[in-house]
Write a protein that binds this ligand. Structure first.
Ligand SMILES: O=C(O)CCC(=O)N[C@@H](CCC(=O)O)C(=O)O
Ligand SMILES: [Zn+2]
Length: 339
């Protein structure tokens, strides 16, 4: 069993390794596959397979606390399990250090990108890919695959809660998933226009999952999160897990709740002297006038291409070659292919 049904404590007490074990609870069976990786199988067959990952960045503690609470409620039989569920606490070593990562940003290592890096996160990225592969391999043919990768952002945001939707090529966007996001208190959806090496892109591209990076607010240390700010997503997750059902929102309701943005450019740090021109307190979604110089280095200059283009995740404190921010452009739901 998991002492006190506290999977977070078990994981943080065993940040490097944990021998696999099995557990029974009222409603199903659990399998701790390795540290921070717990698979729950319901008693009844289901056509929903849900990966909930948190703590891919060790210091993003709010979603870790939220999911740990949900897990405790399932293990104590306070609500039913009607879906297959894989819970991942991504980077327990970094979580214990209250750091975003130890050696290398785990959320840049997926889809095999770990082959090009060294450090503590490299074997972890491999393990997480394998765990997700095993999990989806166990799903029934034709069943729904979901992966919600929950994060919090370094900066404050004009839209507090938002998701990054991985690039899906010419495929239509899924109205049911957009409805779930709208019902979960998400304010904005950023549509990626190219492949990346993030966890959500991996599950989307490799496993055909509906996957998102979900940003739920600003980073705070363990114990300092106001979990009431996650109430809407907590409710949609409980309904999904206990009733295998999605919120039913009409297209107009989705349109009125969600703002949409296309990712226009990824800012890439190209030299040690690379600088963003904005101050530390500029929030995500701050927009600029055409021609504004957003970043420069001795190698390059980035000028805003259209008035209203806005900055997300500005951070020049990254290794050369990595993303220092995203530039997004407002768009309308009406412009999207939907199904
Ligand atoms: O606030 C920040 O600067 C970073 C927050 C964060 O960790 N965001 C994710 C987004 C991943 C994606 O683009 O799907 C990340 O940078 O890994
Ligand atoms: Zn993060």
């Amino acid at each position: 069993m998991i002492p006190n049904n506290d999977f977070l404590a078990l994981t943080l007490n065993n940040p490097e390794t944990l021998a696999p074990f099995q557990l029974e609870f009222n409603g199903g069976q659990g399998f701790v596959e390795e540290t921070g990786i717990l698979r729950l199988e319901p008693q009844q067959a289901t056509d929903i397979n849900l990966v909930l990952s948190v703590g891919i960045h060790g210091n993003e503690t709010g979603p870790i606390e939220l999911v740990n609470q949900l897990l405790k409620a399932i293990l104590e039989g306070r609500f039913a399990l009607t879906v297959r569920l894989l819970v991942i606490i991504g980077n327990p070593i970094a979580a214990n250090r209250a750091e975003r990562f130890c050696d290398v940003n785990l959320n840049r290592l997926f889809s095999g990108a770990w082959r090009h890096y060294e450090g503590l996160e490299v074997p972890r990225a491999q393990s997480l890919e394998q765990a997700v592969t095993r999990f989806f391999a166990g799903s029934a043919t034709g069943s729904v695959r979901l992966h919600y990768d929950l994060h919090t952002a370094i900066r404050g945001s004009e839209y507090e809660k938002f998701v990054v939707h991985p690039f899906i090529g010419d495929a239509p966007y899924d109205l049911q998933q957009l409805g779930l996001l709208a019902a979960s208190g998400i304010d904005a959806v950023l549509l990626s226009q190219q492949p990346t090496t993030t966890f959500s892109y991996y599950s989307s591209a490799e496993h055909g999952a509906h996957a998102f990076t979900v940003e739920l607010g600003k980073v705070y240390p363990f114990g300092e999160n106001d979990l009431s700010r996650f109430e809407a997503i907590r409710q949609t997750l409980i309904t999904l897990i206990s009733d295998a059902s999605f919120p039913k929102l009409e297209r107009d309701a989705i349109d009125s709740k969600l703002k949409f943005f296309a990712v226009q450019d990824a800012l890439v740090k190209d030299h040690e002297d690379y600088q963003l021109t904005i101050s530390e307190d500029v929030k995500n979604f701050t927009g600029f006038e055409k021609g504004y110089e957003l970043a420069h280095s001795s190698q390059s200059q980035y000028l805003i291409k259209a008035s209203g283009d806005a900055i997300i995740f500005p951070n020049a404190n990254v290794p050369i070659g990595q993303r220092a921010g995203l530039v997004v452009r407002p768009m309308r739901l009406a412009d999207l292919a939907l199904r």
